[in-house]
Structure formats: structure tokens, C-alpha cells
Design a protein around this ligand. Structure first.
Ligand code: VGL
Ligand code: ZN
Length: 270
């Protein structure tokens, strides 16, 4: 486990057969996130998996006037998690949208086998940061991330470990933008697994990745002293994170976390 991911949970949103190729509500490339998710799992002290879990007469199904073909019907193979997910260290499972007359996209509406909500479980474990992966970007990932922020968590979305339904082209991109605008961090799995690469410089004006435009003036704790050399000094960052002689780190008045924040340039938020 990475020490910077203490108090952090990884939430696997609905990585189920029906949302993967050949499934009842197949998400393009839905299965391609599985190897990435499997790489992320060992890095987190708490891993939680969720399922869309509908009765066969669910209100979201087209035969009842809903938008979707029947999918993730309780007890069917389509509702099972993708078989290649490494489940050994998944600590908790939540299921949602299991009453016939109500649909839910947010996993915060789900319950575990003891009837607990996700928020109650997370708070009982002292979790205050979430990393969200899974299916689909434009529905359950989106609503789970927005709810997570609403419930007070620091939420990161691992963008390459999500895929969108894209009922309308671009829905997935729009959903990511909405998450970022709502305060979620958009990160890549590479940034989580190798935090020295592509770290976001958010101390100076014009936050952006530490690249050739980045000077020590912009981001004194990130850059090597050589102006604009584009090299991250991760050791300096680590030293500063706990501050001198027991004092909190100086952050220029902005809340900071110790971990790397990586924002792919296409989704960069100002
Ligand atoms: C989902 C559509 C219908 C999801 C669930 O998990 O994103 N999408 N039901
Ligand atoms: Zn559903």
C-alpha cells in the first residue's frame, strides 16, 4: 500500500458483465479497465466494489417505459462482477437500485449485506478520500463522484479506468468535465501508480503539469532549482509535506494533500 493513500478507499463502480462487451448494456471497451483496476487494487488500504442490482421488472427497463434494456438482473451472470477482477482484497460489496420502482445511479444509495450505506461504512473506517473507477463514466461513476463530493470526501476519478455509455457522443467527456467542475480530481492510473511522473503543480499561478514552462518561481516545492527544466523534485515535495519541526507544511494558503495529483491535459481544470 502507498502510505499517501492512507484513509483512502478505492471504489469499483459496477464492473459487471452486462456493462462489458457482449453484455446486455455493453459499454464500449468496458472490459479494458479490468487490468488497470487490478493494478490499482493492491495500492489501497480499503477496496469496495459495487453492483447495479435490479429486479427483473425494474422501472429503468424499456418494457416499463425506462431508458434501458434489461440489465444487471439480480442473480444472473450479467449482474456478476467481471470474472477477471482480482477480488481477494475487496473488503466490502454494495448493491443498489434493487427495488422495482426506483432507479439509482449513485452508489451512495446502495446498501451492503448488513444494510449499511456506503457513507456510513466509509465514515466508520475513517476514510476521507475516494478514488473512483468503473462503469459507466456518464451514469454511475458521475453520480457517485458528485455524491462523494456532496458527502464531504476528497474525490479523485481515475479516468483511464472508466468507460462511458455515450448514448450521445461526448457524454463521457462531458461527465468528466462536470466532475472536475464540481471539485473532483481527474487523475490517471499512471499518476497513482508512479506519482513522480506528471505531478500537477498547483502552488503557483497557472497550475498545470510541471513541464518546460514551469519555473521555480511558479512552483518552488516541485521544481529542481534549474528554471524551466521540467524536472519534478519529488523528494523536496515529500520533505515539505510534513513541515519543519512539527509545523504544518506551508501551502500558500491552499489545502494540499501529500499525494500526487495528475490531471490529463485534455481535462485540465483551471
Ligand atoms: C448504469 C445505466 C443503467 C451504470 C446503471 O452503472 O452506470 N448505467 N444502470
Ligand atoms: Zn441499471
Amino acid at each position: 500500500m502507498k502510505p499517501e493513500l492512507k484513509d483512502t478507499a478505492l471504489i469499483l463502480v459496477d464492473i459487471q458483465n452486462d456493462f462489458c462487451p457482449h453484455g446486455a448494456l455493453a459499454v464500449n471497451e468496458g472490459d479494458q479497465i479490468v487490468p488497470i483496476v487490478n493494478q490499482l487494487i493492491p495500492e489501497f488500504p480499503l477496496v469496495i466494489s459495487t453492483q447495479d442490482w435490479h429486479p427483473s421488472d425494474h422501472i429503468s427497463f424499456q418494457e416499463r417505459g425506462g431508458p434501458w434494456p434489461p440489465h444487471c438482473v439480480q442473480g444472473t451472470r450479467g449482474a456478476e462482477l467481471h470474472p477477471d477482477i482480482e477480488t481477494e482484497t475487496i473488503a466490502e460489496y454494495f448493491r443498489k437500485a434493487s427495488a422495482p420502482d426506483k432507479d439509482d445511479y449513485s452508489e451512495f444509495e446502495g446498501r451492503d449485506e448488513r444494510g449499511r450505506t456506503l457513507d456510513a461504512l466509509l465514515k466508520s473506517r475513517g476514510v476521507d478520500k475516494l478514488y473512483v473507477v468503473g462503469l459507466a463514466t456518464d451514469y454511475c461513476v458521475l453520480e457517485t463522484v458528485l455524491d462523494g463530493i456532496k458527502y464531504g470526501y476528497d474525490v479523485s476519478v481515475v479516468t483511464d479506468a472508466t468507460r462511458a455509455v455515450n448514448v450521445n457522443p461526448g457524454d463521457g467527456e462531458k461527465a468528466l468535465q462536470k466532475m472536475a467542475q464540481s471539485g473532483a480530481h481527474l487523475v490517471t492510473s499512471d499518476g497513482v501508480l508512479n506519482p513522480a511522473t506528471g505531478e500537477i503543480c498547483d502552488l503557483g499561478q497557472g497550475s498545470g503539469t510541471c513541464d518546460a514552462d514551469c519555473t521555480p518561481n511558479d512552483c518552488p516545492s516541485h521544481c529542481e532549482s534549474d528554471p524551466g527544466n521540467g524536472v519534478l523534485n519529488i523528494n523536496v515535495e515529500r520533505r515539505r509535506s510534513s513541515g519543519p519541526r512539527g509545523w504544518p507544511a506551508r501551502t500558500g494558503g491552499r489545502a494540499r494533500t501529500d499525494r500526487a495529483r495528475v490531471v490529463p491535459t485534455t481535462y485540465a481544470v483551471s
